[in-house]
Design a protein around this ligand. Structure first.
Ligand code: NAD
Length: 339
């Protein structure tokens, strides 16, 4: 095929970058793309930075809504390249109407995210975080550190796609019995002995519930007061998917009355502007987040489940490949379209 596009280097504004993003993207960019790195998140206030760039490259908390997309189109942007799998922060309909393709990295390290998920489960259960602080302080008491065996417990997995499947593999190895809810059955997961059930049964019988479905209108606040009311007292809830799947206020109330016994969050409803930032010398204004952090049976990580060397390399390589493919052919297999 005649290469009509590659004579023009893809001038790309890469938003919300940290030193590790720059390192991996620069290493992956052996081609002609001109990457310019910005620390700022893409928002209506910062979109003008992208003037003169033919591509913008963004991450999970950049704001790619209709207002931003309209501005990008006016500024000559030809493509939005996500450095992640989830695309809930992009208004896909607005992008389609403006003729701006949105490409993503569909899978970079499902195993890494699953390992972090199980890490949260084990830490909450066996209280490694508390033991670490205690022994450093010369406190060798076991009071308050009592855990439970994973073997024989029922794990409810909501969403059995790439990451959910890896979680099923790991908890199956612990001897857990696994049930799941999904709009589509995964035959690989079924081969591992998993049983698909109605969401109400999953809520009712699971000792541990872990979320691996995407954020969609149908899954927004999937875990709300009504769902929590159906769960076992003392249930463990883990969310490494997207913050708004969980109504954080309802979860806080359920922690206070002991209905939720353990909470592991890698994502949070209002994480934009907080996660990925060092706010240790600042006043954090999100009272709900601070209250959640104050519970001894809550463990919050800062959207880091993806954060492995292997994943950063895969993200960078696929992002560069996506830009190259679009530059050379005007299309990209990793384009995500509005349904
Ligand atoms: P995937 O598309 O492979 O799997 C998602 C699964 O959810 C699919 O099987 C789909 O059928 C199912 N699903 C859709 N709607 C559902 C519903 N209403 N109820 C139950 N299941 C439903 O995606 P994946 O790669 O496994 O990623 C899952 C999510 O993890 C992503 O959407 C992303 O938001 C999140 N994620 C988080 C991190 C992190 O660092 N914390 C990293 C990568 C991905």
């Amino acid at each position: 095929m005649q290469n009509l596009f590659s004579r023009y280097p893809m001038k790309t504004a890469v938003f919300y970058t940290k030193p590790y993003d720059r390192e991996f993207l620069q290493k992956a960019n052996q081609g002609p793309h001109q990457l310019t790195f910005f620390e700022s998140r893409l928002t209506p206030e910062t979109v003008s930075i992208a003037k003169g760039f033919s591509a913008v490259c963004v991450f999970v908390n950049d704001q790619v809504d209709a207002v931003v997309l309209e501005e990008l189109a006016k500024q000559g942007c030809k493509i939005v390249a996500l450095r992640c799998a989830g695309y809930n922060n992009v208004d896909l309909k607005a992008a389609a109407a403006l003729g701006i393709p949105v490409v993503r990295v569909p899978a970079y390290s499902p195993a890494g995210v699953a390992e972090h998920t199980v890490g949260l489960m084990l830490t909450l259960n066996r209280k490694f975080h508390r033991a670490y602080n205690r022994t450093r302080d010369g406190n060798f008491s076991l009071d308050g550190l009592l855990g439970f065996n994973m073997r024989g417990k029922t794990v409810g997995v909501i969403g059995t796609g790439k990451i959910g499947l890896e979680v099923v593999r790991l908890v199956t190895a612990f001897g857990c019995s696994v049930i799941a809810s999904d709009t589509h059955r995964n035959s690989e997961a079924e081969k591992l002995g998993l049983r698909y059930v109605e969401l109400s049964e999953l809520f009712r019988v699971s000792d541990i519930i872990t979320l691996h479905c995407p954020l969609l209108p149908a899954t927004h606040h999937l875990i709300d007061k009504g769902a929590i009311d159906q769960m076992k007292k003392g249930v463990m809830l883990i969310n490494t998917s997207r913050g708004p799947l969980v109504d954080a206020r309802a979860v806080k109330n359920a922690l206070k009355d002991g209905k939720i016994g353990y909470l592991g969050l890698d994502v949070y409803e209002e994480e934009e502007g907080i996660f990925y930032e060092n706010l240790s010398g600042k006043i954090i204004e999100d009272d709900l987040l601070l209250r959640l952090i104050s519970f001894h049976n809550v463990l919050i990580t800062s959207h880091q489940a993806f954060f492995t060397k292997e994943a950063l390399q895969a993200i960078a390589e696929t992002t560069i490949q996506n830009l190259t493919e679009f530059e050379e052919t005007g299309a990209c297999a990793n384009e995500v379209k509005a349904s």
